[in-house]
Design a protein around this ligand. Structure first.
Ligand SMILES: [Fe+2]
Ligand SMILES: [Fe+2]
Length: 243
């Protein structure tokens, strides 16, 4: 029904303007942001509202990833052969940031979220305090968790899977994150022992479950069992840093 659907088509500048008018605040000061990538969505109001509530939490992770990978790619302790793929990931993360801002601008205004954003910012800042290898192991754990979250949101029976634009954006990000996991874990495993990598990745995922708890009812509206999601995110996949 027309009045229960959200439709918007905007240019990148309009999408950024719409985002700012909706009080879409950034988590981190990222320089040279790409313009928001405008898009059109057709979701029912319940799904659109739930997605609008979850996106700032996902977007905060993308902003942190831009800063994190740009920092990692500039480390003199890494060889140029390793810095190249990390720089490529940083470019991916800038695209993800722009995609999610465009998507946010096409969704209804969501309610105040300053507490989760504050918690998300603190969580991601905490990940950036360690050395290169530790940070990469944490990222491998977190990005693998993001793949799980996106896969659940994109299950065929879930509302987001029925919107080709939204599904396309989230699938694009999911595919990239699979590659980010592979690169991050390979470099981390070359630099630290697996037990240490496992421990820091598991700790990072445990922290992520605290953030996910804020999205409980929104996940439910989007066809994802939030308790099961938290349980799975809080468990490190056995194959990530095998014994
Ligand atoms: Fe990303
Ligand atoms: Fe990533």
């Amino acid at each position: 029904m027309k009045d229960t659907r959200v439709a918007a088509e905007k240019t990148g500048a309009q999408a950024d303007l719409a985002a700012s008018r909706r009080d879409v605040r950034y988590c981190f000061a990222v320089s040279r942001r790409q313009p928001a990538q405008p898009c059109t969505v057709t979701l029912d109001r319940g799904a659109a509202g739930a997605l609008a509530t979850l996106l700032p939490l996902l977007g905060c992770g993308e902003e942190a990833a831009v800063l994190g990978f740009e920092r990692l790619a500039s480390q003199d302790s890494l060889s140029p052969e390793l810095r190249g793929p990390l720089r490529t990931i940083a470019v991916d993360e800038r695209v993800h940031d722009a995609l999610l801002r465009g998507l946010q601008a096409a969704l209804p205004r969501h309610g105040p979220d300053s507490v989760p954003r504050h918690v998300a910012r603190r969580f991601h800042r905490g990940l950036q305090g360690g050395d290169v290898a530790t940070h990469l192991a944490q990222i491998a754990g977190i990005d693998a968790a993001v793949c799980t979250i996106l896969s659940r949101l994109l299950r065929r029976s879930a509302p987001l899977a029925n919107d080709p634009i939204v599904a396309g954006i989230l699938e694009h990000i999911r595919r990239d994150e699979v590659r980010h996991v592979a690169i991050s874990r390979t470099i981390a495993m070359a630099m630290i022992d697996r037990r240490t990598a496992r421990d820091v990745a598991a700790d990072a995922r445990a922290g992520l479950t605290t953030l996910l708890a804020f999205g409980g009812s929104s996940f439910e509206l989007l066809g994802v069992d939030p308790d099961r999601l938290c349980k799975d995110v809080g468990t490190l996949p056995k194959g990530l840093f095998p014994q």
